[in-house]
Ligand binder design. Structure first.
Ligand code: WQD
Length: 336
């Protein structure tokens, strides 16, 4: 298929591009490069042997979208383009509703008018409320508590209404839990701008000596070791889930919401211990207070992904730690 990958130079998008090309799809990336590097294009090409098509484009640029869809005919869209930092979304909600909601509306409007009817949307487990009990199923209450999560849920709702209004539309929204790791080649990976907020990139930079020490946020949670539990999923498992979603849409119409996670919870301490063991590298760390807004435990119920996509994660926690560290060592300053 000829697939438009918006946000394809970003973390999840670039890894999905590698998987799409490996599966024989032809891809064109549209990205405004606001939170990613064009170097990712060269890296994707080094892995696959084929340089993806690229169009610098902001999703809110309606004329630019028209030009793109007039020039190229796509069989499907994978929509990753957006902003995704929870704390930033609280400080700057308009940036999140503008990029994630207005950008998606402009994309869907142009795509629909150009006859593109298959869409995979990059959503997030942040749409579930803080009080959702894990394992979380797709029919759990949706109650996002920050503008980032609300923007993702708004786009899911828009897509649901579009599917009601357009019988031919085929949409799958994938709700990611905690993506970590990198392609085993170490050529593409997570390259956060500035100091990372997320655990794994922060931990990698401490291991590399770029950051002094890791603070474990909270040791008094009602969990086995007192630290918070998450569903960390290898980014290559996530990429494979997108391929399965595309295949599913070949024969299914309407709107579908699916969790992508391992179905298992891992604590901060377990991740820290695994990383040090697998990579034989010490991580200076201290135990601090809880981070405001954090939940004690969040992990996915993945029965639906297994049933409808025939998909289960293949990579282990050790793989996640090994591949994240290889990327960090090979790219101390990300794509710079
Ligand atoms: C994981 C755990 C922290 C850093 C967020 C977004 C979510 C998704 C993934 C986009 C928590 C602890 C972290 C540190 C720590 N992003 N931690 N010390 O908050 O589960 O999810 O990122 O889709 O939408 O909400 O991920 O990696 O920030 O934190 O102890 O220096 O690691 O308290 O328990 P989170 P995270």
């Amino acid at each position: 298929m000829k697939v438009l990958v918006t946000g394809g130079t970003g973390y999840i998008g670039s890894h999905t591009c590698v998987a799409l090309q490996a599966a024989g799809h032809e891809i064109t990336i549209a990205d405004n490069l606001s939170n990613s590097s064009p170097e990712a294009l060269a890296r994707i090409a080094r892995i696959s042997g084929t340089r993806p098509g690229f169009q610098a484009l902001d999703m809110r640029d309606a004329p630019g979208l028209e030009k793109l869809f007039d020039a190229q005919c796509f069989d499907a869209i994978m929509h990753f383009a957006g902003v995704k930092a929870v704390a930033e979304s609280v400080a700057d909600p308009l940036k999140y509703y503008s990029n994630n909601v207005m950008g998606s509306i402009a994309l869907f409007d142009s795509a629909l008018r150009h006859g593109v009817t298959r869409l995979v949307f990059s959503s997030s487990a942040t749409v579930y409320g803080e009080n959702s009990r894990s394992p979380i199923r797709e029919d759990a209450p949706v109650a996002p508590v920050n503008p980032y999560g609300r923007s993702k849920h708004m786009v899911e709702e828009i897509l649901t209404e579009m599917c009601r209004a357009n019988a031919g539309l085929r949409v799958m929204a994938l709700r990611y839990f905690n993506p970590v790791g990198a392609h085993p080649s170490g050529l593409v990976g997570e390259a956060p701008v500035g100091t990372p907020n997320n655990l794994m990139p922060y931990l990698c930079q401490v291991a590399a000596g770029r950051l002094e020490e890791l603070t474990v946020f909270g040791t008094d949670y009602p969990t086995p070791d007192g630290t918070a539990v998450r569903d960390y999923i290898h980014v290559m498992d996530l990429a494979e889930g997108h391929l399965r979603a595309l295949e599913f849409l070949e024969s299914h119409g309407g709107m579908h919401l699916v969790n992508l996670g391992t179905g298992r919870g891992t604590s901060v301490l377990e991740m820290l211990t695994a990383f040090q063991r697998v990579n034989q590298v010490p991580i200076p760390h201290r135990f601090g207070a809880r981070r405001p807004g954090d939940t004690k435990e969040t992990f996915a119920d993945v029965a639906l992904a297994d049933r409808v996509l025939g998909w289960r994660t293949q990579y282990s926690l050790d793989d996640m730690c090994r591949d994240a560290w290889r990327w960090q060592k090979m790219n101390p300053k990300g794509y710079e």
